[in-house]
Design a binder for this molecule. Structure first.
Ligand SMILES: Nc1nc2c(ncn2[C@@H]2O[C@H](COP(=O)(O)OP(=O)(O)OP(=O)(O)O)[C@@H](O)[C@H]2O)c(=O)[nH]1
Ligand SMILES: [Mg+2]
Length: 244
């Protein structure tokens, strides 16, 4: 899947950091984040804003669905595939491409949130620390975070860092959906075996988490992801984080 890196646009976006812009407008339009038909209206997505410091997050409002996972797992690609947009989120072969929290507003008023990835081999210590602070704080305390999509490469899912993230999510009481992406790289049979194994392991490490196969290249799993994310975004009884 060949996608070009577009440096200038990323730079333009950085200049928008911390400015609510579309974010506020979208919240005001549909405060509940629910479209008339009850789905996320993924096809009407727009870039809203980027944040590099948790203190600059806009006030919580409509539901947010965040995409987390290893660098290069396919988070940004999954956001593009689900929204039917080729270059909404930046896709790159270079691990660590997404270093900011990027918000995309949807037609429903809800948001998809692209989180920076973890676990690439040559990440400097300062980048790792910044990731832990930024993503850790967002996951632990963001009131409007409705669910987290954990994106894992189906060829090597549930690495130690993925397990650490799942432990955080469990601790924070976050609804979790796992995409085993790049499923096009596996045979149908191998993909099914991977799915069953992952489901079994998740039932121990993150009980309640759902899991599916996904391919941005082939467009596999879009309907399943769409309906799961709509359900998680709009469900009534969200489990409160532990300790509340
Ligand atoms: N074959 C295949 N390649 C994919 C798929 N999804 C993503 N890729 C490729 O994997 C690479 C990384 O994709 P990204 O979407 O940028 O990954 P990311 O998780 O956002 O990475 P970071 O921003 O570094 O955290 C790119 O070369 C994509 O084209 C998929 O479903 N199938
Ligand atoms: Mg990315």
């Amino acid at each position: 899947m060949k996608k070009r890196i577009r440096e200038p646009r990323e730079k333009d976006r950085n200049e928008k950091q911390g400015k609510p812009g579309d974010f506020t407008a979208s919240r005001a339009t549909v405060a509940s984040g629910r479209s008339a038909s009850g789905d996320l209206a993924l096809q009407k997505a727009n870039y809203a804003l980027s944040v590099h410091d948790p203190k600059l997050l806009p006030p919580p409002g409509a539901p947010e669905i965040a995409f987390a996972g290893r660098s290069n797992a396919g988070k940004s690609s999954a956001i593009n595939t689900l929204t039917g947009r080729r270059r909404l989120a930046f896709v790159s072969k270079t691990p660590g491409r997404t270093q900011l929290i990027n918000f995309f507003s949807l037609g429903s008023g809800a948001f998809l949130v692209d989180l920076p990835g973890y676990g690439y081999a040559d990440a400097p210590e300062s980048v790792r620390k910044h990731w832990e602070m930024l993503v850790g704080e967002y996951i632990a305390s963001r009131d409007s975070l409705a669910a987290v999509v954990v994106v894992m490469d189906a060829r090597h899912p549930l690495t130690p860092l993925d397990l650490q993230l799942l432990a955080w999510l469990r601790e924070a009481g976050r609804a979790t959906h796992v995409l085993l992406t790049k499923s096009d790289k596996l045979s149908k049979q191998a993909a099914q075996v991977t799915l069953s194994k992952a489901r079994k392991e998740l039932s121990t490490v993150c009980p309640g988490a759902t899991v599916q196969l996904f391919s941005s290249l082939k467009g596999e799993g879009i309907d399943e992801a769409n309906s799961t994310l709509s359900r998680l975004a709009f469900r009534k009884n969200k489990a409160p984080p532990k300790g509340e």
